[in-house]
Design a protein around this ligand. Structure first.
Ligand SMILES: *Cc1c(COP(=O)(O)O)cnc(C)c1O
Length: 402
């Protein structure tokens, strides 16, 4: 789990170098691309060694539900990129989020969470956690006074997603960390939209980062995966026992693909972002759409200054706020290159109508409160030639009369 190899402890490497070299390990075969350890258990040399490893007196692998060299390589690399001491891989992003909650929160504890988070995160907190006796308060992400006002004696954790799905609303991570730490509260940040390439919450005071590797980290729509990143002691004491006993484990094969995918993440994010800037420029120069674009990179975005302060680029997601569901659906159906999916962070350009898909299972009231209006369309810009993405949008907008 941890970055145990001392020659890998240097933290001064650039992100692109870390993405290629952190977590690198050779077996005695000296392969220059990681092998996959596709095994469930490990052999002890003697009965006594088995006893020592189980007792924690000797390091060693036991069982792939909680120790696997390929998964560990991915964990070391993602931890290095997020600038965390350690990481634990999980089967999906939701497995990371749920495991992190269950590892830390007890009946009687209080969780404060922003309203605009991934749909399943809302469902897990409002159904599962409340059912287990954990109190939950929802607040508006960007409203620091609301976070402060929500604090009670039993508040243990703040959970935020910034930029948030799908509205791209943000919170000042440093300021939120200050509020949390003044009251001994843990700050958890879902960093899926930015990836560590664009934003590193742990450097800004967050205690834990959760990732869905399904999105940009794989970035090619091939698989699911997730990670929990933070202080080694926190992960070992709280999260590892939960993972070990309940088994939301990342598979070695997925860890291997994700390890390779991380190698190109810095390069891919650069192109995702520059393509998005071109597409947004096209939309803001077009009279019929210029006031409909929500993108943190626009100077008239209410949180543009904050985005500039805490992100390295403005990301590859933006929203168009159309008139209603009918117009939104018409635009989706008119696109030819962009594909309609509920996913984001793929190498291909994707388009989503959140109100009728990703956010359809939360109440209309909750949707409104989270800014998921019926006319909202979310774009996840891919790695195509940007001129083709623009041409596709242009013909689709013309078809719907915009
Ligand atoms: C997709 C997503 C998740 C959940 O990840 P899965 O890998 O699909 O379980 C969590 N948070 C955000 C912001 C996401 O986009």
């Amino acid at each position: 789990m941890g970055d145990q190899n001392s020659d890998q402890k240097k933290t001064s490497l650039g992100l692109a170098t870390k993405a290629l070299h952190k977590g690198r390990a050779w077996s005695e075969k000296r392969e220059n691309s990681p092998a996959i350890f596709a095994n469930s258990s490990y052999v002890f040399e003697t009965a006594e060694q088995g006893q020592r490893i189980f007792a924690g007196d000797e390091e060693g692998n036991i069982y792939s539900r909680f120790t696997n060299p390929t998964v560990e390589a991915f964990e070391i690399r993602i931890a290095a990129l997020e600038d965390g001491e350690a990481a634990l891989g999980t089967a999906t992003g939701m497995a990371a989020i749920t495991t992190m909650f269950l590892a830390h929160l007890n009946a009687g504890d209080h969780l404060v969470i922003s309203r605009s988070v991934f749909g399943s995160t809302t469902n897990v907190t409002l159904s599962l956690l409340q059912r287990l006796g954990i109190e939950v308060t929802q607040v508006t992400l960007s409203d620091l006074d609301a976070w402060q006002a929500a604090i009670k004696k039993n508040t243990r954790m703040f959970f935020s997603e910034t930029p948030a799905n799908p509205t791209l609303e943000m919170v000042d991570i440093r300021a939120l960390a200050n509020i949390a730490h003044n009251h001994d509260i843990l700050l958890v940040v879902d960093n899926v939209f930015s990836t560590p390439i664009l934003q590193r919450p742990l450097q800004m005071g967050a205690d834990i980062v959760v990732q869905s590797a399904t999105k940009y980290i794989d970035g090619q729509g091939r698989m699911l995966g997730g990670a929990i990143i933070g202080k080694e002691a926190y992960l070992t004491e709280y999260v590892l026992p939960m993972l070990r006993n309940t088994g939301p484990t990342l598979s070695p094969f997925n860890a291997w693909v994700l390890l390779k995918a991380l190698e190109t993440l810095p390069l891919r994010m650069e192109r995702h972002c520059s393509n998005t800037e071109k597409v947004v420029q096209f939309l803001t120069e077009r009279p019929s759409t210029k006031d409909l674009v929500h993108y943190p990179g626009l100077t008239d975005h209410p949180q543009h200054a904050l985005a500039k302060k805490q992100m390295d680029h403005f990301g590859a997601l933006f929203c168009l706020l159309l008139k209603d569901q009918q117009q939104a659906h018409a635009l989706l159906n008119a696109l030819q290159l962009a594909t309609i999916t509920a996913n984001l962070g793929d190498s291909k350009t994707l388009v989503t109508h959140p109100a009728t898909t990703t956010h359809s299972r939360i109440s209309a009231e909750q949707r409104e409160a989270a800014g998921v209006y019926d006319g909202l369309v979310r774009f996840s810009i891919g790695l195509e030639d940007w001129r083709d993405i623009v041409a596709d949008l242009e013909q689709a907008l013309e078809k719907v009369g915009l």
